[in-house]
Design a protein around this ligand. Structure first.
Ligand SMILES: [Fe+2]
Length: 202
């Protein structure tokens, strides 16, 4: 695509195209059905959160691509390059789809807010409407597995990508997972770095 086309089509189109092109590098049965499913949902428009980083349209798409880029670079460097040997397919799947659980998860509602002139005005805001209350990482694993077969390592990495943001009762389990599958720790780090170093809240 030439530079002119890129500017004509806009950033939203470019991010979506980049995401889908990356997913098409995954040569597994069901990947096209997964892409078709995502296109029918709000995935490409959804925010990444209601009040925190990426709380804007396409925040989720932007976040997923940031995690992909950070994880890709991370795995090429020490210490991970000595510890982890995974395919590009695995990197693409676990980064781009780790938060697929946020598909059809947010809705927009209106609230009253005073503007700069002290007048009450209606303002849209994001709220959660979880119609598939199956958790977070575990829900992403479940949703992806409806379309493609995941490896054990991919399942563990996606399930535990929230790391120590999980309830403290799970810390022992998480440390076992990070020892067994350093890829889960790498994904957790890339997720944090994308959120706190690259993304803004509106
Ligand atoms: Fe997440």
């Amino acid at each position: 695509m030439c530079a002119f086309e890129r500017s004509e089509k806009g950033m939203d189109f470019i991010m979506k195209e980049e995401f889908i092109n990356l997913l098409r590098n995954v040569k597994r049965d069901g990947i096209e059905k997964l892409i078709t499913y995502l296109e029918k949902t709000d995935f490409f428009k959804a925010p990444a959160s209601t009040r925190f980083h990426g709380n804007h349209e396409q925040g989720l798409l932007e976040h997923s691509l940031n995690v992909y880029k950070l994880l890709y670079m991370k795995l090429k460097q020490k210490p991970y390059s000595d510890l982890i040997n995974v395919s590009d397919e695995t990197i693409i799947i676990i980064s781009l789809l780790h938060d697929i659980c946020k598909t059809n998860y947010y809705t927009v509602e209106m609230r009253n807010k005073k503007n700069e002139d002290g007048m009450w005005v209606k303002e849209p805001y994001y709220t959660i409407n979880d119609t598939i209350p199956y958790g977070h990482g575990e829900k992403s694993v479940m949703m992806i597995s409806n379309f493609i077969k995941l490896t054990m390592e991919e399942m563990y990495a996606i399930r535990w990508h929230m790391g120590l943001s999980e309830p403290k009762e799970l810390y022992n389990t998480i440390s076992l997972v990070f020892e067994k599958y350093p890829l889960a720790l790498a994904l957790h780090e890339a997720d944090l770095e994308a959120t706190y170093l690259y993304e803004e809240r509106s």
